[in-house]
Design a binder for this molecule. Structure first.
Ligand code: 5GP
Ligand code: ZN
Length: 113
């Protein structure tokens, strides 16, 4: 499959791993938007949040559990953080493999641009 994040999971493209288990892979974003910017992705290829269904959505709750663990490990849990999913063109999605941004380490603005 010609998917950037599938290649990162397989190690065909290098990445800075933060966490891995049998369901998910987490790694530092190549272009960080905050002092802590980690991407958490399912190991199965799901194109976007639009492709979620009762059959494949268990990974999403697992991703939130993993995000909380990573936030604690990286020392941002207490001050807080943001978990973001961009879906589709208007959502600003640029990679067609479901991913959640974990952002923290500074005060984040709301609403987003
Ligand atoms: P999106 O805009 O689709 O929500 O997020 C895609 C994210 O993937 C962006 O924040 C971008 O910086 C990151 N990204 C794109 N290519 C690579 C890469 O090759 N390696 C890593 N670590 N991050 C990438
Ligand atoms: Zn993929």
């Amino acid at each position: 499959m010609d998917c950037l994040f599938c290649k990162i999971i397989k190690g065909e493209i290098p990445s800075k791993k933060v966490y891995e288990d049998d369901m998910v892979y987490a790694f530092y974003d190549i272009s960080p938007a905050a002092p802590v910017h980690v991407l958490i992705i399912p190991k199965v290829h799901i194109p976007s949040a639009n492709a979620l269904s009762a059959e494949n959505a268990d990974v999403v709750s697992h991703i939130f559990v993993v995000a909380a663990k990573i936030a604690a490990d990286l020392g941002i849990a207490e001050k807080g953080y943001r978990i973001v999913n961009n879906c589709g063109e208007d959502g600003g999605q640029t990679v067609g493999h479901l991913h959640f941004h974990l952002l923290g380490g500074r005060s984040l603005q709301w609403p987003p641009g």
